[in-house]
Design a protein around this ligand. Sequence first.
Ligand code: NAD
Ligand code: 6OD
Length: 512
Amino acid sequence: MSSLTTPASTPAPASPQAAAATSSTRGTARQIRGFVGGAFLDGIRAFDKIDPVDGSLVGQVHEAGPHEVDLAVAAARTAADGPWGRMTTGERAAILRRVADVIDRRFDELVAAEVRDTGKPETLARDLDVARAAANFRAAADTVSTAGLDSFLTELPDGRRALNYAVRKPLGVVAVIVPWNLPLLLLTWKLAPALAAGNSVVVKPSEQTPSSATMLAEILAEAGVPDGVVNVVHGFGAGSTGELLTSHPGIDAVTFTGESSTGSAIMRAVAPRVRPVSFELGGKNAAVVFADADLDAAIAGLARSTYLNTGQVCLCTERIYVERSVFDDVAAGLTEQARRLRLGRPEDPATTTGPLISHEHREKVRAYLDLAVAEGATVLAGGGVPDLGDDLAGGSWIEPTLWTGLDQTHRTVREEVFGPVAALIPFDTEAEAVALANDTDYGLAAVTWTRDLSKGHRVAQRMRVGMSWVNTWYLRDLRSPFGGVGLSGIGREGGRHSLDFYTEPTNVCVQL
Ligand code: NAD
Ligand code: 6OD
C-alpha cells in the first residue's frame, strides 16, 4: 500500500459539479474520497487502487480513520433524526425513483467506474451491474409504496375487543458493508431498501472497488436525498475503517455481504451492543444434472453459473454432480465451453471473461488449482495462469478451470474458491445427489437440471439452501427472499424481507 498524506477531514464542495472536479483529480492520480454530510472528505492517508486488467493505477483511495468514521456516523445520526425518516413513504419513493433515473442518465460513467475497478467485461457491467443498480431503487420504491401494516382485530371470550396494528419505524443508522465482486449491484441491493424504510446509512465499500460508491453518493445528492442520509467511508476491514464502523456505538444495525469469516468478526463487533445483522456470506454451491435433463441447456447453464464474472459471484456453482450415464457427455460439453471463453480487455465486445479482482485473490485461487492437482484431480480445462501477452502481463488473470477425480473428502470440494472453477462428480440416485449437494457447511444456492418437473420441485425443495433453481440460474424476482443458511448467512433480503430487516415495528393496541 503506498500512502499519501492529505489534510484529514477537509470538507470539499457539495455541489455535484464542483464535487466531481474535487473527487476525481489531483495531480495525475484520480482521488477517490469519502462522502460525509453532503461533502467530500479526505482520509487520514490514501492507498493505491490497481486495475486488475493490467496492473496500472486506477486512483488513490482516501482511508477513513476514527475521526472520519465518527463524522460519518454523526452526520447519519443527525439526518436520521431529521426530515428523511419522517417523510411519507410516497415522498421517499419518489426520490428513490429519481435516483434510478439519474443512474440511467449517468449509466456510461458508472459502467466505466465499475469496469476500471473490477476489470469485468463492459457488456457484463452494462447488462448486470449498472442495470440492476437502477432496478434496485425502483424495486425498493415499489415495495415501500405498497407495503401494508400488520393489523389484527382481537376478540376475547370475555367480550373485550381490541385493534392491533404495527407501525414500521426506521432502525436509525445502518452500516452497509459490501464486497468487490458486484460492487454497485450489491451496494444498491442493500442501500435502496434501507433508504426506502427511512434509515440513514454509512456505507463502507470494498477497498478494491471504491469508485462507484463515491459516484453513487453524488447521484443520490443530485436526486434529492438530503445531506447526511448517505455517507461513504473508504478503507480496509479488520483494524481499519470496516472494524471502526461495525464497533461504533452510534450504529443501530449492520447489513453485510462478504466472506463468512468476516461475518463472524462483525458479529463479535456488534455483540456487546446486541445490534441486528443481516449477512449474505460465502457459498460452495452445487448443481445437480439428471440424465433426463436437456443436456445442451444444462451445459450452457453450467458454463454460465460456473464462469460468470470469472466465478466471482456468491451464487456461482463450484460443485457439479452429474448422473453417471451422462457424466462423460456433460464433462465433454462443459470442457468445450470453458475452453471457448475469451479472456481479454473489458472494452472488447468479444471478451467473455475478465481477470480476478487482485493479485492477492489470484494467489488464493492459484493455490486451490495446485491443491486440486495434489488431491488427485484430473484437469479437463484451464488449471493455471494464462499468457495473454505483455500488455496484460500485469493483470490478475486465471484460466477457467474444470476438474474431475475429486470427491467430498477433498478441500477443493469443501472450501469456497471464489474463482472460475468447478469439480464434476458422478452420482447414481436422486437421494445420493441430494445428500452430496447438502454435504457442505455452506447453504446459499443450488441448481437442479431435469426435464421431470416433479423431480425438479422435489429436489429443489430438499436442497438445504436459501435459493434453489430448476433449469435456470440467477433468474429471480427482486421481491423474492435472498440469503443463505449455515455459513452462507443470516436473514433474508428482497422485497418485504428487506423491509422486515430495515424497520422496527411498534405494535399499537387499542381497546375498542
Ligand atoms: P470480505 O469479507 O473480505 O470483505 C467484504 C467487505 O467487508 C469489504 O468491504 C471489507 O473491507 C469489509 N471487511 C473485511 N473485514 C472486516 C471486518 N473485520 N470488519 C468490518 N468490515 C470488514 O469479502 P470479499 O473478499 O470482499 O468478497 C468475497 C466474499 O464475499 C466471498 O466469500 C463471497 O462468497 C462473498 N459474497 C457473498 C454474497 C452473498 O450474497 N451471499 C455476495 C457477494 C459476495
Ligand atoms: O442479485 C442479487 O440481488 C444479489 N444479492 C446477488 C448476489 C451475488 C453475490 O455475489
